[in-house]
Design a binder for this molecule. Structure first.
Ligand SMILES: Cc1cc2nc3c(=O)[nH]c(=O)nc-3n(C[C@H](O)[C@H](O)[C@H](O)COP(=O)(O)OP(=O)(O)OC[C@H]3O[C@@H](n4cnc5c(N)ncnc54)[C@H](O)[C@@H]3O)c2cc1C
Length: 409
């Protein structure tokens, strides 16, 4: 499909070539749309051989989207780890919940993949398109809407026009600011520490999360049977102290906090710290502008869902845009973009509040709440119907998904 009119430089300009913008540009590229992708960073194909502490739990729905984008096929076998089971428990008391993908006849609950491996695969795929032009180290300086077009000027003096600009430039989105869209942010006053650790015992392809008083600590199984990626959320002071500990003090502290579930910590990589907040843009769309991924919303990482929600945004918006262009209509019209907003905003918002509620529930120190929490975990654990419903949702197997994200059996 060549939808673009000669008077436009592109059908769609995408600002931000991270996991969400890269996937979105590939989905449009596969459908033959003419795309310009701008990213402020430098292109880094095959940079992954360095250790990347930013590791994602990827759902089965996201796997489908990345396959459709043509990136999944470019991941190396050793980039993909599986988590077939999940074990979640509370520091106070004996309550616990266990999930097993086999209980709903699936071979895995999802995958653990480094952020850099996914971005590298996307960038490799983007190079294959004649109809997608990628510009690195480029940032927008202004946007200007005209009668049936929108113009984007860059900080180094380039100018492009198209019918739609999509912001995928992350939580500090410049494009969102240029479009004057307000972003309601709630600072969790928590940070997360991430690194890769080697443990005494094998992880057995089980993702584990222990809810501590100050925040959750997750061990995500990596390809190596004794390596896990950890995400430890806690108060900024505590995380700063953990970051400054020497290796042996850090290993001791971590093993203690995880109740020696995987034995001693034998080795660890460089520790990276991320500030945590939840946020929602007041609107995901304006005439000729749409926001996707972290530029539209962020959530607490306790369920590893941020990028998965963003990939559903990319899938949903791409379907609407491709369909509109196929009909020869203008994809930048607000009525078209509102269809995307209706599909995604409520869903993202309810997930944000659900995760918020879980965070507060597990951090509450009242004894009655602690008792209820443990009782609740045990009760859910003993109810297969409820457990299967939660499991399907966590794995991205619900039915109301964009067609691109649905599994073929
Ligand atoms: C500790 C932690 C753990 C997490 N774990 C998980 C997990 O297990 N699973 C999961 O699904 N999610 C997880 N997330 C969430 C996930 O990291 C984000 O949701 C995801 O990275 C958002 O991707 P994005 O492409 O929207 O934004 P980003 O990854 O921030 O990418 C933005 C892109 O835009 C570019 N850019 C920025 N500014 C400009 C500009 N001015 N002009 C042009 N380009 C620009 C950047 O260079 C970058 O390429 C986690 C988050 C944290 C903090």
């Amino acid at each position: 499909m060549t939808a673009v009119d000669d008077k436009f430089d592109a059908d769609v300009i995408v600002v931000g070539g991270g996991i969400i913008g890269g996937t979105f540009a590939c989905l449009l590229g596969q459908a033959g749309l003419k795309v310009i992708l701008l990213d402020a960073g430098v292109r880094q194909v095959n940079s992954l051989k360095k250790v990347d502490a930013r590791v994602f739990a990827i759902t089965l729905a996201s796997e489908q989207i990345l396959k459709k984008a043509g990136a999944w096929q470019r991941l190396q076998k050793e980039d993909i780890a599986y988590f077939r089971k999940m074990h979640v428990w509370d520091e106070d008391g004996l309550g616990a919940i266990n999930f097993d993908s086999a209980s709903i006849c699936q071979s895995t609950m999802g995958y653990i993949i480094s952020h850099q491996a996914i971005v590298d695969a996307l960038q490799e795929k983007l190079l294959e398109f004649d109809n997608v032009r990628c510009l690195w180290s480029v940032s927008p300086a202004y946007i200007k809407e005209e009668t049936d077009t929108i113009v984007l000027g860059t900080e180094d003096g380039l100018q492009f026009n198209s019918r739609l600009i999509v912001a995928a430039d992350g939580h500090n989105s410049k494009l969102r600011s240029l479009a004057n869209i307000h972003y309601q942010k709630h600072d969790y006053k928590q940070s997360a520490l991430g690194c890769i650790v080697t443990t005494e015992f094998a992880h057995g392809e089980i993702a584990r999360q222990r809810f501590l008083k100050r925040g959750p600590l997750a061990f995500l199984p990596m390809r190596d049977s004794h390596q896990s990626a950890i995400v430890w959320s806690s108060s900024p002071d505590h995380i700063q102290r953990l970051r400054e500990f020497d290796k042996s003090a850090f290993h001791f502290e971590l093993a203690e906090a995880f109740a020696h579930e995987l034995g001693e910590i034998k080795a660890s990589t460089e520790r990276t710290v991320f500030p945590l907040s939840r946020a929602q843009a007041d609107t995901y769309t304006k005439s000729r502008i749409a926001l996707i991924g972290d530029s539209a919303h962020t959530v607490h990482p306790l369920a590893g869902l941020g990028a998965n929600l963003g990939l559903l945004d990319a899938a949903s918006l791409s379907e609407i845009i491709i369909d509109t262009c196929r009909r020869g209509r203008d994809p930048g019209r607000l009525q078209v973009l509102r269809r995307y907003e209706r599909k995604r905003k409520g869903e993202n918002k309810s997930m944000m509040y659900l995760l918020d509620g879980l965070k507060h529930l597990f951090e509450n120190q009242f004894q009655s709440v602690q008792w209820l929490r443990n009782f609740g975990l045990d009760t859910v654990d003993s109810l297969p119907v409820v457990k299967h419903a939660i499991l399907k949702r966590a794995m991205g197997l619900e039915t109301d998904l964009p067609a691109v994200a649905r599994r073929r059996y």
